[in-house]
Write a protein that binds this ligand. Structure first.
Ligand code: GLN
Length: 460
């Protein structure tokens, strides 16, 4: 049924870069056979899964949304997509994304834009825009994304879905094409908090193949999602981050967020205002750290090891071939970040830029620690706006970067954060049109991911 749905609507949503139809049907059949043979299978067995094209999948094309990887067939499988399949999920395809995860609108995909199923001429968000569009358009019930600075939470918010960025180090980066290694975090996107909890639990846990993977037991997230729905959140203390309600927040988004806060109060939670004074420097710190790490990670695309190779005529030097390949293979945003990051890391500037950004990162983590000594979770709007029209903001990189204000603090601190739908708001540009989804971000202390589920399930 999902493959039929893809055939019907994917030329409009642009959610998939590659559909693995036959393989999926074979895998689904194998699961049916196991079930028929009396094997007791888990709750996700046979459920279709859309996988962001940044996860390497054995024998299935993987591009990270970039031309430089066109034609590459990975010889191995990422830990997270492997664990999902071990739980019985059936991969039905690889989803569209901003090139290497760099972007917030999916318009930086080297292949095609993706449309928001609520209004196709609008962005589904990014960088996991294809994953969000696929689930929102009922092309898949669940999807995997990655969140470096908001790329799971923001697309979930703009398409009316639930998206979760786990605690950094609890979902493996092995086989996830690297953007910014100290920030990259795989996680689930789905339609309900419980769906997302089930996938989150299936993909989590220590992985010896990832040197930053934490050797800690998986938080009881499925239980928390069920408990939140059953018992609510009576007595919980919830902090509203003052600094994340500032300039640029659309009045309609603010109104729906306030309605969400009212719902939390009605459920018996105590809602208080909290100040995190360094959050306003999150954008500046992130846009030094992420491009710096990216400039180093992307050095591996050298025309020799993977995919594209341009100008290799037997005459040109290796350096020329490398340079022609990188010029043809990378899009403008990727080049911008490589240049930014290379500059920020260069001798003489390292302390002034990268070093300074790392200090700000520590201050943001301390703001979180101080806040969590007073409250159980923090909340904010997930994104300052509803989904904007394609082509509107992506011409101005700085304007797009500023939209990440709300999601970046939890990324820099490595702490868990979820987006859950709280309502629909008018688009300020076209007030008479279809109202568009608004998400509430629920943030929790490191390794306390279950609190996001408890509050998210109560709110839902
Ligand atoms: N929008 C942010 C960026 O462009 C975050 C992207 C992400 O989380 N992968 O870097």
């Amino acid at each position: 049924a999902h493959l039929d749905r893809i055939a019907e609507v994917d030329n409009q949503t642009g959610a998939f870069l590659h559909v693995t139809g036959e393989r999926a049907l074979e895998q689904a059949k194998a699961i049916d056979d196991r079930r028929a043979a009396g094997e007791k299978l888990g709750p996700l067995a046979g459920v279709p899964l859309a996988v962001k094209d940044v996860f390497v999948t054995r024998g299935v094309p993987t591009t990270a949304g970039s031309k430089i990887l066109e034609g590459w067939l990975p010889p191995y499988e990422s830990t997270v997509s492997q664990r999902a399949q071990d739980a019985g999920l059936v991969v039905i395809g690889k989803t569209n994304m901003d090139e290497f995860g760099m972007g917030s609108t999916n318009e930086n995909s080297a292949y095609k834009p993706a449309g928001n199923p609520w209004q196709l001429a609008r962005t589904p968000g990014g960088s996991s825009g294809g994953s969000a569009a696929a689930v929102s358009a009922f092309e898949a019930p669940l999807a995997l994304g990655t969140d470096t600075g908001g790329s799971i939470r923001q697309p979930a918010a703009l398409t009316g879905l639930v998206g979760m960025k786990p605690t950094y180090g609890t979902s493996s980066r092995y086989g996830v094409i690297a953007f910014s290694s100290s920030l990259d975090t795989p996680g689930p996107i789905g339609r309900t908090v419980l769906d997302v909890a089930l996938l989150h639990e299936a993909i989590s846990g220590h992985d010896p193949h990832d040197s930053t993977s934490l050797d800690r037991p998986v938080a009881p997230i499925v239980d928390a999602a069920r408990r939140g729905a059953a018992d609510g959140i009576r007595g919980m203390r919830i902090g509203v981050v003052k600094e994340l309600l500032g300039a640029g927040l659309e009045p309609g988004v603010r109104a729906e967020f306030e309605r969400g806060l009212d719902a939390l109060r009605e459920l018996g939670a105590e809602v208080v205002e909290v100040s995190c004074p360094h959050f306003e420097y999150g954008v500046a710190a992130y846009y030094l750290i992420a491009p710096s790490e990216a400039s180093s990670n992307l050095a591996r695309f050298d025309s020799v090891r993977y995919g594209l190779r341009v100008g290799d005529d037997g005459e040109r030097s290796l350096e020329e071939v490398m340079s022609l390949t990188r010029e043809a293979g990378f899009g403008p945003e990727v080049k911008r970040r490589i240049i930014l990051g290379t500059y920020a890391l260069s001798a003489g500037y390292y302390d002034a830029y990268y070093g300074q950004a790392q200090k700000v990162r520590t201050l943001i983590a301390r703001d979180f620690e101080a806040a969590y000594s007073q409250v159980d979770v923090l909340v904010s709007p997930t994104a300052p706006t509803v989904a904007y029209p394609l082509g509107k903001v992506n011409t101005d990189p700085l304007a797009v970067y500023l939209l990440d204000l709300t999601t970046l603090p939890a990324s820099l601190a490595g702490t868990p954060a979820m987006s859950v739908p709280v309502g629909l708001a008018d688009d300020p540009l076209e007030p008479g049109n279809q109202r568009l989804p608004v998400g509430m971000q629920i943030m929790a202390p490191e390794l306390r991911d279950e609190r996001c589920y408890q509050v998210g399930a109560a709110l839902e």
